[in-house]
Write a protein that binds this ligand. Sequence first.
Ligand code: PLP
Length: 388
Amino acid sequence: MYRIGMEEIEALKRVVESRDLFKINSGLRETYHCEQEMREKFGCDYAVLMTSGAAALTAGLVGMGIGPGDEVIVPAYTYIASAMAVLAAGAIPVIAEIDETLTLDPEDAGKKISRYTKAIMPVHIQGFPCDMERLGAVAARHGIQILEDASQADGGSYRGRRLGAVGDAGALSFNQFKIITAGEGGALLTSSRQLFERAFIYHDSSAVAFFGGQLDDISEPQFCGNEYRTNELAAAVLREQLKKLDGILADLRRNKKALMTALADDFNFIPSNDIEGDCGTTAAFAFGSESEARRFAVADGVKGTLPIDTGKHVYTHWTPVLEKRGALHPLADPFKMEANKNLNHRYAADMCPKTLDILSRTVYIGVNPDWTPADIDKVAAACRAALR
Ligand SMILES: Cc1ncc(COP(=O)(O)O)c(C=O)c1O
């Protein structure tokens, strides 16, 4: 969360005063307007607000018709929720390497595709855009779909298209730690009518059946799903956050660029698949060895973090996945399902050595959109001093 203030307080006040906190109403209709504004900003035909990014990912997979018997490629470096969404849909996550951009390696993703693979999930981690062109080519070659996990990349873009609206569907997260926030929240973006209808039914199956008029001309049959619908308070806050999004991104990008420019002669930075579309939240320094990276990260005033130390973002820490506990009830556990018997769930801590190597040689410095030029000079000076 970067910027929250009076605008959000006013938005909450207006909803509380309306006494209509439920998303289906004939008054303020904050959710309806928020989804419309999101479609316009992100450039897609459908946007559905949900309770979380994980809910949006799961609904996206269900909307793609993915379930038991299917594999989905996920990167070895992403928050565990990406892999858990695949399991929540009943499918098996197949873990692939990242490349030097810290995002899914298109070559390894291609190698991990089997006759069971139904989708690739590129994750725009830390707001770094994935190589959507090469991943798109891999998916097209195999006739499979792309579900973008843009949970850490709200508003970023790839070649001018907003992340989350490049693939067949995409998920955003609005939890407290994201670029824009409502405390918790998520959204599914897509331009496929069928995917949208199915995801919509899944995220709110009882309300679709109970409250008419939510989806006109629905042609998909209703099925049992979950209750992941948003509320008017979250939607009202998000409408204000959406207005701030491009300003936050512009300031993050400007400050990241200024820091990198100031340090260009002294440091290497990770390559980017689209630096213009990068969200700017994180400056990522590339070192030759883990010891160099660690020395730099702890130097006075640097406040660096190695991505290898970010716990559940690294596949080696996805304990329930690696230990194959996909659900509490054995019959609901995708790892134990007959349909998944022959799928690729051969996990091991050393299965993605390239990812572990890259993550342990990288240092992150978090960028602040409100840094002044003097703040940037101070961070740059600390970084330079760390080399001496
Ligand atoms: C890459 C990634 N995917 C998915 C999620 C899940 O988002 P949420 O917490 O909104 O469910 C997160 C959240 O941190 C994330 O970072």
